[in-house]
Write a protein that binds this ligand. Sequence first.
Ligand code: ZN
Length: 489
Amino acid sequence: MSDAGTPIPGWAEKVAEGLGVGPHVVVAGISTSGHIHAGNLREVLVGEAVANALRARGEEVRFVFHADTIDPLRKIAPGVPESFERFIGHSLSRVPDPEGCHVSYAEHFLSPFEEALREMEMDIEVLRSHELYESSLYTGVTREAMERERELRGILQEASGRAMPEHWSPYMPRAASGDLTGNRVLEHLPDESKVLFVDRGGNEGAADYSEGEGKLGWRVELAARWKALGVTFEAFGKDHTSRGGSTDTADRMAREVFHYPVPGRYEYEWIGIKGRGDMSSSRGIVLLPRDLLEIMPPDALRRMVLGRDPARRSDLELGEGFPRFMDEYRTSKGEPFVPFNHLLTVAQTVGGDLEAAAVMLERGGYGEAARDTERLARDLARARNWAEKWAPESMRLRVLTQEEAREAASELDGEQREYLAAVAGALRPEMDGETVQDLLYSAAVERGLKPKKAFAAVYTVLLGKKSGPKAGPFVAGLPVEMVRERFSM
Ligand SMILES: [Zn+2]
């Protein structure tokens, strides 16, 4: 279904081959403590490519997005009011939405990402961790963790080289205040699935872990989750896989405590934005998946974010190299397409006028594209968005108003004016782009005018610039009456 036309990349095929016979559960896990940016998308796309590669091998696959909604709020995200400090330590699913538009803080950041996944027609199940805890998915592994606290503690101490706090517990019960982080576990009641604890204020309480009244600490949860969901593959960013990092401890916990085989793994590198550096929520360089879907179709986004090999760092090319990327992407699809630069000219010339765009494309020699109006509307909107937000100044076009054109025309000399008048007289509505190009050229030659100077006159009265897109198709796309008027000023 999703991405059906895109070939499975070689690296994903190799991973799938190594995973062997299923059934398989591929998981991507992402925090909902702030914007889920396009860099995070790489993790999901690596999972998707591997899931697709497994499916292509005839394997049964469940592809899961584990949204960490039960996690405690650690630090308020940029732009969130300071008053939210009082929710630090509370589950993200229980903190209010800072903007009031969703049911929780977690949902406020998860929802746009989920919407982007839907728009990409990704075959993925989005699971919210607070719901998994509430529906008892973690009950068995929590009991195991509580019973083997000593071994878990030992693994963490060895990995960090530091003694764990005396009252450390793999489980974080939720106090009546909502706080998950400041409580001390006193006793485990395995038959009742409960832990007894004392909170910061000295109040005693009981948390039923089969009801989601708390959660496992993050490092333990990672290993426990593999077992609870039956995970066979998970991709990790380089920050997790360093020595003593979270995958190091989770691997040992899986083997030695939960007796669960360590899932297959792929380490991916970060992506940046060309010319702007790494993407980072904390430094405010955040690009959301929807910002990218605004300028390119989902499969182009997959291609760009994954790069040739996600184990290598890559930079998203959203500036002047973007048109070439789009043309390469279209070429790889093997379908006829309008070169991006031409589409860009059309999009910026006609605005939202689909009929005018179709005429302009037809006369430019791209009649086939002009007839698929639904796709054309989407492509034009994306090209327009790119022009507005990312295009370098030299690629931005705006056809001058009559007033502006009159002023621009005052720069022209007599030869140029005569040339434009001659073209205006010969121009016919039925001429296509190439014919107009010939006309513009031959009219200059006939008058002994250098073509460069002639074309500069054309661009001056239409765009207020000395150069622009290929003149023939551009002029052919504009209403003939308008061109005649501008050429006779
Ligand atoms: Zn919201």
